[in-house]
Design a protein around this ligand. Structure first.
Ligand SMILES: Nc1ncnc2c1ncn2[C@@H]1O[C@H](COP(=O)(O)OP(=O)(O)OP(=O)(O)O)[C@@H](O)[C@H]1O
Length: 538
């Protein structure tokens, strides 16, 4: 063997084998030795075996980990190196490295090749290439014998060690197959969050205070608050509708929490259409207590809130009961609130008399939140859940997850779990990897000042030239302001560039337009809706 680097030098370094980088675990040194030897047996007859012995490779691994530990963030070191990384061979000018999962291989290859090469240079005094493989994955140079031994290393060590190896310790904890378990733990935290549904009781965590308001939900929020402040009076029946995960359930719990706090004597009944049906079936069929059931909802309820009312479809007996309860509560001046993912017209399988009752309620839609609202929601939830996310990670997630706030929350839960379980900081790469986000795809939607202004012009049915031109009539003034507002919001150009496109208007005109529209959409529901519709088309 030709010694091509000062191995003797680094073998003499003090404390290498005691480096804090790796946790000590008990392993069978005979198996380890066999594994390392086997890894060096090439399936290709011409490929040379490692130029170094198992002991030397182990010492090199320790030295490398010690060195890398000083070069990178401790959390990242813990996640990608401390329990996951070993030098398996050195052939010619290349150091072969084994890691425990393909995710780690990808992260190390993407982010740390230079760090590893620098550390190798510092230890070995010369430049080496690196070749990273996943432990247990078939590689060209591993013989089947080596794979068998690696597999035996990956399975848990027998709890009883042979007498001869007691008290022997090596730094081989990268062989513990724990990463999969960790990822499963992360997934299960997300699933637990998604399926946690307590809507038969008032959820004290869903209040008006932590409901973020934006153009997509400001009217629903305002009407819900009005109902909560003056139940049974302002709007005796409110019907909140919109797609899944946009905050309907949050709002009904906010109403209930507000009433409970400010009018504690009022009796609130919050349920879902399915629970209402199950309770009814239970009380009528099993307990023969139809009267008690009806009494509970008519005489003992001041506020009846039913989530997912569309679930009444095709349930004739439940619809019948609901019809009577609805009428009686309205007659008594009580408050009713419903949510649904459909308008009353769109619900199939309900009787006309139910449809007309539901249609008599004040309808209000919650729409898909815009980017700013999504960012605000993420930031608020991150603080609530004590997960630190940098602004660029928040922006990335909000940009990629558009249609559902529950999904946005799911991302946050996942990132929180990644931080606490894998002990890594969340940066853009980690977020993209774990959430499988593709920012490039989002960016491919080529929104330009031209496309925004054309979309506004089409929406208001006026020629593009008029919006960009000098005319100051009422018909074009508002669309032009909307266009300037959207250009500023979506593209963030300078005020000068923004005005330039609109016949060279100056920065104060653009500033005035942006302020006018952003102020007005907070109070003018119609305009808020128009702006939202245009944004959706872009
Ligand atoms: N504007 C908002 N501010 C803060 N959190 C929100 C907002 N909108 C929705 N959320 C949160 O998003 C999650 C999903 O919302 P919610 O359960 O109210 O949706 P939904 O419209 O009732 O959906 P579904 O129809 O599937 O029941 C909840 O955890 C809720 O707290």
């Amino acid at each position: 063997m030709t010694q091509k680097f000062p191995f003797n030098h680094f073998l003499k370094l003090d404390g290498l084998s005691e480096g804090p980088a790796a946790k000590k675990v008990d392993v069978n040194p005979v198996i380890v030795e066999q594994a390392i030897k086997a890894m060096n047996v090439s399936a290709e007859p011409k490929a040379p075996a490692s130029e170094f012995s198992g002991d030397e490779l182990r010492t090199l691994t320790d030295a490398l980990l010690d060195n890398i530990k000083n070069l990178i963030n401790p959390n990242k070191f813990h996640a990608y190196f401390a329990n996951a990384f070993t030098v398996s061979a050195i052939k010619h000018e290349t150091v072969e490295i084994m890691v425990t999962t393909s995710f780690i291989k990808k992260m190390v290859e993407t982010h740390y090749p230079d760090t590893i090469k620098q550390a190798l240079f510092e230890i070995l005094g010369k430049n080496y290439g690196i070749d990273i493989q996943v432990l247990g994955a078939p590689t060209q140079s591993l013989s089947s014998n080596a794979e068998n031994i690696l597999n035996s290393l990956k399975s848990p060590m027998p709890s009883k060690k042979p007498e001869s190896v007691k008290n022997t310790t090596f730094f081989i904890d990268e062989l513990e197959p724990t990463k999969d378990d960790l990822f499963k733990a992360i997934d299960s935290q997300v699933i637990e969050h998604q399926t946690n549904n307590n809507s038969n009781q008032i959820d004290i965590n869903k209040t008006f205070n932590n409901f973020i308001i934006g153009p997509s939900n400001n009217i629903a929020h305002a009407l819900s608050l009005a109902v909560a402040k003056d139940p049974g009076k302002a709007y005796p029946a409110l019907y909140i509708y919109g797609n899944s995960g946009l905050g309907k359930t949050h709002l009904i719990h906010a109403i209930a929490n507000h009433i409970q706090m400010h009018k504690p004597s009022m009796r609130i009944c919050i349920t879902s259409a399915n629970r209402f049906m199950n309770e009814m079936v239970d009380s009528i069929i099993k307990k023969n207590q139809s009267y008690e059931f009806k009494k509970k909802y008519t005489e003992q309820t001041d506020i009846l809130i039913i989530d997912d009312i569309h679930e009444l479809k095709n349930k004739t007996t439940t619809q019948e009961m609901f019809f009577h309860i609805f009428n009686e509560l309205i007659e008594r001046g009580k408050q009713l609130v419903f949510t649904s993912d459909k308008t009353p017209k769109e619900i199939d399988g309900i009787e006309d008399r139910i449809r007309t009752r539901l249609s008599s309620a004040l309808p209000v839609e919650i729409q898909q939140p815009d980017l700013e609202t999504r960012i605000a929601i993420l930031k608020k939830k991150a603080v609530e859940k004590d997960v630190y996310l940098s602004d660029d990670v928040v922006n990335l997630v909000a940009k990629c997850v558009k249609s559902n706030i529950r999904e946005l929350e799911g991302c946050l839960i996942k990132l929180g779990a990644v931080t606490s379980i894998l002990k890594v900081d969340i940066d853009l790469e980690v977020a993209k990897e774990h959430l499988k986000l593709n920012e490039e795809l989002e960016n491919q939607k080529n929104v330009t000042i031209e496309t925004i202004t054309k979309t506004v012009a089409n929406y208001y049915k006026i020629p593009l030239g008029d919006i960009r031109g000098k005319a100051k009539t009422k018909e074009v003034a508002l669309p032009r302001q909307v266009a300037m507002y959207l250009v500023s919001k979506m593209l963030k150009p300078t005020l000068k560039d923004n005005g330039q496109y609109f016949s060279g208007r100056d920065h104060s005109t653009v500033l005035h337009a942006i302020k006018t529209i952003s102020d007005r959409i907070k109070t003018d529901g119609l305009l808020a809706q128009q702006v939202l519709d245009i944004e959706k088309q872009l």
